[in-house]
Design a protein around this ligand. Sequence first.
Ligand code: FAD
Ligand code: SF4
Length: 488
Amino acid sequence: MSNPLTKKERMQLDRTDMPERNAVERAASFEEVNLGLTAQMAQLEAMRCLECKKPKCVDGCPVGIQIDEFLMLVADGEIQAAAEVIQRDNLLPAICGRVCPQENQCEGTCVLAKKERPIAIGHLERYVADYMRMEGLQTVTEPPPPTGKSIGIIGSGPAGLACAGDLIQSGHAVTVYEALHEPGGVLVYGIPEFRLPKEIVHTEIAGLQQLGVVFEMNAIVGRTHTLDELLELHDAVFIGVGAGLPRFLGVDGENLIGVYSANEFLTRVNLMKAYLATAETPVLDVSGKRIVVFGGGNTAMDAARTAKRMGAADVRILYRRTEAEMPARIEEVRHAREEGIIFDFLVSPTELHGEDGMLGGVTLQRMELGEPDESGRRRPQPLEGEMTTMPTDLAVVAIGNGPNPLLLATVPDLERTRWGTIAVDEPTGRTSMEGVFAGGDIVTGGATVILAMGAGRRAAASIEDWLEDGNWVLEEDPIESAATDTTG
Ligand code: FAD
Ligand code: SF4
């Protein structure tokens, strides 16, 4: 069946809004905010697609999903076939449909974006993946006969999971070594339940386990295991340890009780269930308190919205630039605002202060925007003499992360970039050590789920080549990947 609507009729249709939990109700609950499209909504939304001859949306997707193809199938009600199209390029569609910054990717390049009504590609990707999961239609493909080769993967975030998924489906033995007690990386310890239900991440991981991927938890490579040991055990090793080292403000008072890095705050709440009275690693009680969060990225939004859900009375995002420069997904900013988070722009902390070792307030420098910096965003600069103070009970620092140092500190031979990330040959992910590959945030700096996943898949293909020909040729000297972290 082909789309019965004329181009003119499609252009007249409004973009279908995602049904959402009511803002007041959701600000007190960790349940998912977006409720998902109905079958009818999904079909209507897919019918809006103009079926461009040269679909720009595909160019905008970092892993090149054939978006035009899957949209046509959704419009025809062929959901299983649509899922097959998506899964050719994306192993984690239920996750990416929820957390990808679509406005800067596929939806940003959709021709209808010019009229601010791009097809809701992310919502449709999520719809297809959820339909498959809820109907129990996920296909567990039988892996080919074992090749006798074995690969060790360090880190179970999207980069490691994607790499593991491709390699196990080629018949190799795959073991994932994860430092934490639960696999998933930022997907489980960073992004909160109200944006990405953990059941979805668990289902994806269970699928990999069913295929034969072995997960070794509480395995800290660089402490409990060494890279050399892994190279003895495996024919190749992929490093996907992410960028989990929080950056701090570097101002006086940052050691006061009540100041958290976003990583610590979110990990305690998401992974260690700090909101339960029985939690072994609680956070300070925030109910009825004043909270400030420094930063303007997804991590800052997640920390602020989490604090609100834990009962904080007044939650503020303090950001040194303006809303236009904030790297957070537009949807998260809108949701945060609807839930009562207050935004103060063009302010930068110069000191945190308090009494008896406890945080009590923050001194802020007012800023203005100057010339663009290396990230292309206008550089914030202080407005001389314009200082202000703000009382606060708890502060969360969410200004970005550096490369995770645990493993790197133990392998001096592994070439690094000037940002401390692992230098790799692009696009193969080969490092300066033979048989060792790397990808994801540990190479790019803090980036996105889909970019990490794409890097994991490219490395898997490169591992296959290396296992086949044993030829460690680098396209060029390992290059310095540009750090993409624009959180601050
Ligand atoms: P990670 O997900 O960081 O996984 C690395 C894993 O390696 C971790 O599990 C870690 O415990 C493990 N590890 C580290 N060192 C060792 C070691 N020595 N031995 C064994 N294991 C080790 N991106 C989006 O696209 N959309 C979003 O909405 C979004 N929101 C975000 C919100 C937050 C709070 C954060 C922190 C990030 C967010 N991101 C988002 C970014 C995205 O999550 C990351 O870019 C992505 O997870 C990187 O994947 P990765 O596999 O490289 O690393
Ligand atoms: Fe459809 Fe937009 Fe892609 Fe064109 S660019 S095929 S309208 S989703």
